[in-house]
Design a binder for this molecule. Structure first.
Ligand SMILES: *Cc1c(COP(=O)(O)O)cnc(C)c1O
Length: 370
């Protein structure tokens, strides 16, 4: 284990920080980029009203401190979801809400429940807080194993995190399944809904009822994916007021979301119809890409997100990795995880129709070469 020593041979960082590995974000490639389909960014621009709000930021908004509790944004979010503003907290990206959940609901050294596999940031946050992880493996079809809550309870977990729709598979668990987990779990259940905007409305998926009925459910929503604002760093939590209040008034940084991002995020929510048009296009492209990849021998797990987890038929672990590298050499960037159950698969973000065509053409060219 590498440790960083100063001149006198002293390590200043905590032992657990010295020993942990940091989060590894998807690459932001430079050089030739034909299609960047590796970090689940939205391929469409944010609403024109958001760009207009950016141009119209008054100097006073920069001179003064921002609203510490983002009232304008929380009112817009409350109106959109049909709840009161005290059910909402605005955060500097979803990543901040996750970090706040650790510092607010878990004792240092406590236990956090997760499903395996899921978002690789969760173990990193656990390591920062010296927390233990209790992993409940997902079934072969990526569904929640029944009894996950019992496993977490037995380990004494006070916080558990599920990503739904699931990353990296794209699978959607129903609100009823989630309600059953939350009712059985003794701690706070954070449902990371980073991709929920891309769920087909025909599924009638609605988790807002959960926060009215269950005192321990905290929903995470982000502007990064659905609203094309990953660069802005803005997300929010929705939950019962007693879950939101300690984060809002005690554990978050005093001014955790800046004046510019508050205005832009509020504008984006108020023009939510613009984003929703993009979601419909992404759903149509998701179906087309799954069909086209299927015709080329890939098996794509049913996805309700803006990405597909594609398994190459009859391919070895080297196959998916080789394909990932071959695509990158052609300027097409997708995500490959060197991890159990994922090594023989690629996670592909849904791009614009042109980007998706470029991906398919590159897959065809590589298979002719092989
Ligand atoms: C993108 C993402 C988030 C939140 O990302 P932010 O950009 O920090 O809002 C949270 N969870 C998962 C699984 C994600 O993919």
């Amino acid at each position: 284990m590498e440790t960083r020593l100063n001149r006198n041979g002293t390590v200043f960082e905590r032992q657990s920080i010295a020993e942990m590995a940091g989060y590894v974000p998807g690459a932001q490639p430079d050089g030739l980029v034909v299609a960047k389909l590796n970090t689940n960014e939205n391929p469409f621009p944010p609403a024109p009203a958001v760009m207009a709000a950016l141009r119209d930021i008054p100097a006073d908004a920069l001179r003064r401190y921002p609203d510490p509790v983002a009232r304008g944004f929380r009112q817009a979010a409350a109106a959109l979801h049909g709840v009161a503003p005290e059910h909402i907290i605005a955060t500097n990206g979803g990543d901040e809400l996750l970090r706040l959940a650790f510092t607010t609901f878990l004792d240092p050294g406590g236990t956090v429940g997760i499903a395996e596999p899921s978002y690789s940031l969760y173990p990193v946050l656990a390591a920062i807080q010296d927390c233990r992880l209790c992993r409940a493996p997902l079934a072969d079809d990526w569904s929640l194993a029944s009894g996950s809550a019992a496993v977490w309870n037995a380990a004494g977990a006070r916080l558990a995190i599920l990503v739904n729709p699931h990353a990296p598979s794209g699978r959607l668990s129903s609100a009823a399944e989630l309600a059953a987990v939350a009712a059985a779990f003794r701690g706070v259940l954070l449902i990371d809904e980073a991709y929920v905007d891309f769920v087909d409305p025909a599924r009638g998926h609605d988790t807002l009822a959960l926060i009215r009925d269950l005192p321990n459910v905290l929903l995470l929503r982000t502007m990064s994916k659905g609203y094309s604002l990953a660069g802005l760093r803005f997300a929010y939590g929705i939950g019962a007021a007693p879950l939101i209040a300690p984060m809002l008034t005690k554990t978050k940084d005093s001014y955790n979301v800046d004046a510019i991002s508050q205005r832009l995020a509020e504008t984006a929510l108020r023009h939510h119809g613009h984003a929703a048009e993009g979601w419909a296009t992404i759903r149509a492209e998701r179906a087309r890409l799954a069909r086209e990849l299927g015709a080329r021998g890939f098996d794509c797990a049913a996805s309700e997100t803006n990405f597909l987890l594609a398994t190459a038929a009859h391919e070895t672990a080297g196959g998916a990795e080789a394909l990932y590298r071959g695509l990158a050499a052609r300027g097409i960037f997708v995500r490959w995880f060197d991890q159990d159950r994922l090594r023989h698969r690629l996670r592909i973000t849904i791009g614009t129709p042109d980007e998706n065509d470029a991906l398919l053409a590159a897959v065809d060219a590589l298979s002719r070469q092989a």
